[in-house]
Each structure stands twice: as C-alpha cells, then as structure tokens.
Design a protein around this ligand. Structure first.
Ligand SMILES: [Fe+2]
Ligand SMILES: [Fe+2]
Length: 361
C-alpha cells in the first residue's frame, strides 16, 4: 500500500508541500506533486497513479475540468479522486460529487483528517484492481476453454473423414485473413474465425455409407450429403434449446443458462454452416441465395473452404499446385465467389503460403 502512486495537484506550492509531508511521514513513498494544472492530464496518463488529490480552484484548467476528463476515460473509472477544498461552497461540492469525486479534504490539510481517507480510498482501489485482474484472468481462461471446445467439436465433425484436424485450422486462419483484410474489428475477426471451424459440423448427421461411399454419389446420396448444411445449422442454433434439456436436472439456474446460450459465436457458426456452399450467382445450395443476401461470414468461408479443399490432399485426390488452385478460384470470381473477397484472398498469397506451411498435413 505504501508504494501506491499518489498524485497531488494544487496551484499553491505550500499546499502540495504540506500534503506531501503528511503522506511521507506515514511512509508513503511514491508521491507526485504538480502545481501547473495544464500539465495534469498528460502527467496522469504518464504516471497512472492509484489516487489523485485534486484542488478545484486553479487558473486555466480547473479541478472540475480535470475530474470530468478523468471520469470520461474508462481507464480511470476506478481512480479515487479526493477533492482538496478550502471553500464551504455547497454547490461546488455537489458538482464535484456529480462528476464522480470520491471524497473531500478540507484545506488547510489536517493529517488526522487526511491519512484515514487516503488509506480508505487506496484500499478500495486495490480491491478493485484485484477484482479486475481476476475478471481478466477468468475471462481469458473462459475464452481459451471456448476455443478448445470449438476445436474439439470441429475435429469431431471431421474425424470420420480421417482428417488431421488441420483442415479446420487452415480454414479458420484463411477466414481470419480475409476478414482482417476487409477491415473488420479484431473481435469479429476472432469470432468469425472460430465459428468457421464448425462449417462442416453437420457431417455428423451423414451416415458412413454415404460419407465413405467410394466413387460417385447418386442423386439421392448427394441430396443427403448436401443436408450437412441444414444439420450444422440445426446443431449450432439449437444449442440453447431448453426443450431438449432436462429441467429437473438443470434446475432454474441451468435453464436460464441454456436459454441464453445461443451465443453470438454459435449463431455465427450456424450461419456459416447454413451458407458456406451458397454461390455468388445463386447456383449454390441449400437455398440458392445470391450476392450479398448470402451472409458475409458464409461468403468468406466459401473462399477459404474451397481453396483448402483444392490445395490439400484428400482421400480421393492429390493436393493441387498453388497456381492451379488460384486459377480455379479465379474462374469462380463473380460466379462462385464474392469477387471483392476473392481479390482480398488472392492478394494475400504470402500469408496463405505461411499458413499452409504451418499446418501442412
Ligand atoms: Fe461443407
Ligand atoms: Fe470444409
């Protein structure tokens, strides 16, 4: 606690000197003082203190101005601000409270009045910092667990295809590559990339006799095979379906969790499962959607999935050389694929080669 950073701001040097002396005599070691209020904001960002003692009446930039900026910045949301005030002006205090002041210290500063307030404010701040660190760590763990579960599910879906699991990883990397080039924000890129791993989830619902049938599929088999889009959509979309859950086992809390569990990630996975075989010109399946009525995530995954199927070895074919893959994709520009997305992908061959090199089986 004694190492906590305390910043004292007052335009009268004597006041900062007195406050510093009180704190120093209590053993606080990390004290910063500033008498020029125009420098306070940059100093705050630079020093990132744990507590701010702030005078209100200062020339140029007032304490209230500073307080307003501080509270407007999420980074300083929990920074305790003790207002130093000589005035008994009630309105000013109310204004300061409304702007988010934590507490007040009367000037001239009295050590007995000051030290317990400083300690209390620092205590709350350290609890908050601790809680935030815990939330960050837990969120990180959850995100990691979610990624692993998504990957497991994706592998489960591809397992019968004798796949090493690298197909879904490569597809997800290509999807991230295109989404990033398109300028989507990192959170969306990450979600789309994860969701794309589940594009063929619905193959779980295809019988081995069809999935592993040697030679050409007849019309009936092909129709069934094409239903993997619908099955995948169904599996992801109804993950939160309470009707399938046993209410007695789950109890009301479990029910609530289930109700809220068609998460944005699964909704996106459902959308990708349903639309990754649609084509830009409307000749794809299952619904024959065309152009931008195919969701963006489906259009992006289509490019990634087809490229990976062409460029990797499958039980029924060798890996095609890169220039042949590119030629085939280019052939589908504006018919199979969204032309803009395809261009973004084809302009990124260095990155594509790196991804292939990393997951080459
Ligand atoms: Fe598929
Ligand atoms: Fe695939």
């Amino acid at each position: 606690m004694k190492n906590a950073g305390i910043m004292i701001v007052d335009d009268v040097p004597l006041n900062t000197t007195i406050a510093r002396a009180h704190l120093a005599s209590e053993g606080y070691r990390n004290i910063i003082t500033e008498t020029d209020s125009t420098k306070v904001l940059s100093l705050l960002y630079q020093k990132d203190p744990d507590l701010l003692l702030l005078d209100i009446m200062m020339p140029e930039v007032s304490g209230l101005d500073i307080l307003e900026v501080v509270r407007g910045d999420r980074h300083f949301a929990h920074l305790p601000v003790l207002i130093l005030t000589a005035t008994t002006d009630r309105d000013l205090k109310i204004q300061a409270l409304e702007l988010g002041a934590t507490d007040f210290l009367n000037k001239p500063i009295d050590a007995q009045d000051m030290i317990p307030r400083v300690r209390n404010a620092l205590l709350v701040k350290s609890h908050q910092d601790h809680l935030e660190a815990m939330v960050r760590a837990r969120t990180c763990e959850l995100e990691h667990a979610q990624k692993e579960v998504v990957y497991c599910l994706a592998r489960a879906a591809e397992y019968r295809d004798n796949d090493t699991g690298h197909h879904v990883i490569r597809v997800s990397r290509y999807v991230a590559l295109i989404a990033r080039k398109l300028g989507l924000d990192e959170q969306t890129v990450d979600m789309m990339s994860q969701a794309s791993m589940l594009h063929d989830m619905g193959k779980i619902g295809i019988p081995d006799s069809v999935l592993h049938k040697p030679g050409r599929l007849n019309d009936q088999d092909r129709d069934l095979m094409r239903r993997h889009c619908e099955f995948g959509f169904d599996i992801c979309m109804h993950a939160g379906d309470t009707k399938t859950a046993d209410a007695d086992i789950l109890g009301s809390f479990g029910q609530q969790l289930l109700e809220g569990c068609s998460s944005p990630l699964l909704q996106m996975a459902a959308s990708i499962a349903a639309t990754h075989h649609e084509k830009w010109d409307g000749t794809g399946y299952p619904r024959g959607l065309a152009g931008e009525s195919i969701p963006l995530e489906g259009r992006i995954t289509a490019v990634a999935d087809v490229f990976d199927a062409l460029s990797s070895k499958r039980p029924y074919k060798e890996a095609f050389p890169l220039n042949r893959c590119i030629a085939i994709l280019q052939d589908g520009r504006g018919t199979h694929f969204d032309p803009h997305l395809l261009d973004l992908f084809l302009d990124s061959m260095d990155e594509v080669r790196a991804i292939r090199g990393e997951f080459d089986r």
